[in-house]
Design a binder for this molecule. Sequence first.
Ligand SMILES: [Zn+2]
Length: 436
Amino acid sequence: MDIAMYEGELLNITSELSRYEESEKERVIDKFKKAAEKKAMTCPYCHEQLLLRAGEIRDIHFAHLSGKTCQESRAYDTYNRQTARESQKHNVIKEIIYNELKGQELIRPDLKVEYGYKEKATEKWSQYPDIYVNKNGREFAVSIITNVHQIGDQKVVKAINSRNKYFAGKGLETIWFVEDRELADDYERRVLHLWEAEYGLAIKTEEDHKWDKLLQELYDEFPEYNLYTLFGYKAHGTMKSDVRSLYYVHTVGDEITFSVYRLILDQMRSPFRAFALTKGYRMNISQALVIRDEILLSDKDQEDRNRTEFANQVLLQINTIQREASLRDQHTDADNEQMENGYNYSELTRQTIKEAAATTAYSPDFDVVASIANLKILTIVPYEVESLYWFLKRHKDELGDYGLTWLEVKKWVLYALGRVNDPNIRKWLVDIEEIR
Ligand SMILES: [Zn+2]
């Protein structure tokens, strides 16, 4: 053990020695050794005498008298070995979270908060959570993890999985907080890039169950659509719809904030990733660590807004696809009609086609906003871009009524020109470009 009570205060021998020059260390160790022999050092847990043992300087430690080692000091050592791989931030984050939760314990009679190794010392666990929380009989293992990427991913993956299993076996629900330097999100592509280890850190909370319910409703209503494809997410394969959340901790000095990510894990193979349901949002500590039946870890209003927004995004994508399909059908109908009437494009010059089209103009149900949306994602079809040309030719001054500007439209036309190869679309884009 690296700690002892000395002169009424907790003394950590490792940090104490780090204050001295190499040449002085031996003298300091000798001083504390003598003090310990005279019973000046005691165990912070059982208050028995401790001796200072020092072979090598690195191995220096406090020890109980032979046969008197108490359970708490053993648990403390186990926990210290377990957290040796963590960064210095680990302890800072742990203390801030502990203090916040401990503060709530004062006002909630059915809440107990304790350091994991202290709470479970008598049960001699082989691994301990950083913080143990008991809310009305429901037990939680709160763990903070840093350096997720280190020492070869595999070791961390194993450690995390083994801890998840161990705590679950003891009847505890595990909550993980991940140091923010691991965060790699790309919301535009709806991807969260992960370390393999982060798969085991995604947890299931009350809000995740609400998300599951929403997704189920969407699947039931639109069974023919694949959610991931709708958002352009390229899944590794079949994904199980099981919403989970990841909690990242950000530290600035001795302040911390949390950010919440809702996701669906992709198949567990490299490159490891997940589909991002939301953009992720930040919360301060007093918002995040509110305890009701469980630790809330979320902003309920924000979650409701996010779910509504997500459902709207799904509807919008499906609408766009359906509208596109119906435009394609119209196009086919028009072709058929031309065939029947013996109408022949090739005999007419391009200018004549334009004039002919001008008399029929664009279809009355032409939707300029939808066509611009399709232009942006390059799904516009020839019939539609032709209609768009005629619309713009006559009504470009009315674009404001549709929340659009001529400048913006031209920007997207140029954008599409740079990417579309179909000559039947390009010729109309060029004509739009030339409208003055
Ligand atoms: Zn002791």
